[in-house]
Design a protein around this ligand. Structure first.
Ligand code: NAI
Ligand code: UGA
Length: 527
């Protein structure tokens, strides 16, 4: 087998690209194929294409429905600004698809034609066999790489964009060694993605950094330079960091673990605040002024969700355990334990306030997505909280501006110990007012702007409350509301409660309307 894959992953200095000694120009890539048309593959490829008109970027996926949606005006994911990069207005013709961006189900052909392949397939937590519930499932990645080995007739740079366990590149290299054709070389790079949903386009256009990990060999470094050259079309060279392949893989897991750890830390403190009469927003503000701590990702909540924090921490802990670093594994798992505790604590507070019984009570749930400005519900705290409330006998009335009823039912029925409760006691509504009609309590689970009674500036002061538009409302939002809490107060059963799992409402004006407001990390008596 002449497939040449180099293994020198020795220490490499961390260098911004500019410091490279290589003076010859990097290889110019003209065809990129992105495997996986999901939350990462779609937006990343669209931004890459719009910033590199000379490069043909094709996103491939076996999911024909998803590809068809990318080709339509009805994109498969909701993300502010996404349509603008997929279908930029050009030459006075608005809404024309970027001429160098393609979506296709012809995986073999697109892989064969590409010089550089981005792997953006899902890497969920393994559900079966060894490591089930902990390790990352790499079967999608493996199958994509097998396909590359089978169909590639020319050498390729293969880029791990998916989040992977450290040393996953070695596995990919093994697969390629076994499946690749003689004379075809593969160079594997790690280029993890750091975008957050809801702000993906902004994050892609102005990344804090672009991380490129490669082997410390001439071929590895050359491949890294070729990938970096694509990014330099819109990212300052100082922000493009080239490091060792395995450091890059681990840095992605570490970044997510550290971000989630901050949220669990502040949520753990929120429990103390409720007990001692302190205010978590004030504590968070006070500690965040210390430059060494910083203010971001310190917003107390009902608990973090999303497809990645939990799975990436589980993966990190599993790796630590495999290395017999049991205390390290336990440390990271505690971040998840606090998150589960926070969701349960929030439900228990609701039950306690509503006189220890939810039987014959109706609760309006505002928000189902795991954060605002996305329709994504993966690992959303709403799933746990709503299932808990249903188990307590409550009637649950849900409204989310972006999540479809079918998705809500699928998520809840698929995770509930008693799916019949979801069928019998859950209703989904298309407006706040319909959801709140006759309800005993409003439970805010997602920080959508329309639920807030704060000014845009006050809302923007919080980190994850700040949106891509810096708190400005679109014309549509301005026309439709923010919601009128006064109107809500007129249609609810008394006494009326608001349980604010996101601290997006200012309690005082609501209390003036007769609501009893319970916010995360604040006690009513302490306010
Ligand atoms: N969702 C997010 O905000 C972020 C996700 N990531 C990471 O990026 C990776 C992808 O995440 P998402 O885009 O959210 O996943 P996703 O589930 O939205 O998309 C993955 C896509 O890959 C396709 N796919 C799987 N195997 C394939 C194959 N062999 N050939 C062709 N297509 C295949 C699936 O059909 C699916 O459409 C994961 O590793 C994730 O941890 C990283 C940063 C942010
Ligand atoms: O690997 C990934 O998938 C991505 O995971 C997160 O992005 P994302 O999950 O989309 O969104 P975040 O803004 O990080 O929020 C995650 C969860 O934490 C919650 N959160 C966030 C911030 C905060 O201060 N408090 C808080 O409860 C959010 O509401 C949400 O439920 C990271 O922020 C991204 O850098 C990373 O690329």
């Amino acid at each position: 087998m002449s497939t040449s894959l180099r293994q020198d992953a020795g220490p490499m200095p961390v260098t911004p690209l500019r410091a490279s000694n290589d003076t010859k120009p990097p290889k110019r890539i003209t065809k990129v194929c992105c495997v996986g048309a999901g939350y990462v593959g779609g937006p990343t490829s669209a931004v890459m294409a719009i910033k590199n008109p000379q490069i043909q970027v094709t996103v491939v996926d076996y999911d024909a429905k998803r590809i068809a949606a990318w080709q339509s005006d009805n994109l498969p994911i909701f993300e502010p600004g996404l349509l603008g990069v997929v279908k930029p207005a050009r030459d006075g013709i608005p809404n024309n698809r970027a001429p160098n961006l393609f979506f296709s189900t012809d995986v073999d052909r697109c892989i064969a034609e590409a010089e550089l392949i981005l792997l953006s397939v899902n890497t969920p937590t393994k559900m079966l066999g060894q490591g089930a519930g902990h390790a990352s499932e790499l079967c999608y990645l493996e199958s994509a790489v097998r396909k590359i080995g089978e169909v590639a007739e020319s050498s390729k740079i293969i880029v791990e964009k998916s989040t992977v366990p450290c040393r996953a590149a070695e596995t990919l290299r093994d697969v390629l060694r076994a499946t690749g054709k003689p004379g075809v070389d593969f160079e594997i790079l790690s280029n993890p993605e750091f975008l957050a949903e809801g702000t993906a386009i902004q994050n892609l256009l102005e990344p804090d950094r672009v991380l490129i990990g490669s082997l410390n060999t001439p071929q590895g470094l050359e491949a890294a330079r070729a990938l970096a050259a694509i990014y330099t079309s819109w990212v300052d060279a100082e922000r493009i960091i080239t490091i060792n392949l395995y450091s890059s893989e681990l840095a992605k897991l570490a970044a997510n673990a550290l971000l989630a750890q901050r949220i669990s830390s502040i949520n753990a403190l929120s429990a103390m605040c409720e007990a001692v009469g302190a205010d978590i927003d004030e504590v968070s503000f006070a500690v965040g002024l210390d430059k060494r701590i910083g203010s971001r990702m310190l917003k107390a909540s009902v608990g973090f969700g999303g497809s990645c924090f939990r799975k990436d921490i589980l993966s990190l802990a599993y790796i630590a355990e495999s290395l017999h670093l049991f205390e390290v594994a336990e440390y990271w798992r505690s971040v998840i334990n606090i998150n589960e505790y926070q969701k349960d604590r929030f439900t228990r507070r609701i039950v306690r306030c509503l006189f220890n019984s939810l039987s014959n009570k109706s609760l309006a749930i505002l928000g189902f997505a795991y954060k605002k400005n996305t329709g994504d519900t993966r690992e959303t705290a709403a799933i746990t909280v709503i299932n808990n409330l249903l188990a307590e006998g409550a009637n649950v009335r849900v409204y989310d501006p972006q999540v479809k009823e079918s998705q809500i039912r699928r998520d809840l029925e698929g995770s509930s110990a008693s799916p019949h409760l979801v069928r019998d006691k859950l209703t989904v509504w298309s407006s706040t007012y319909e959801a709140c009609a006759g309800a005993d309590a409003v439970v805010i689970l997602t920080e959508w702007d329309e639920f807030s009674n704060k000014s845009a500036a006050a809302a923007a002061a919080g980190d994850h409350v700040q949106d891509a538009r810096n708190g400005a409302r679109t014309e549509e939002e301005a026309a439709n509301g923010p919601m009128s809490w006064k109107r809500v107060s007129q249609i609810m059963r008394k006494p009326m409660y608001v349980f604010d799992g996101r601290n997006v409402v200012d309690p005082a004006p609501l209390e003036a309307l007769g609501f009893r407001v319970e916010s995360v990390g604040k006690s009513r008596s302490g306010s």
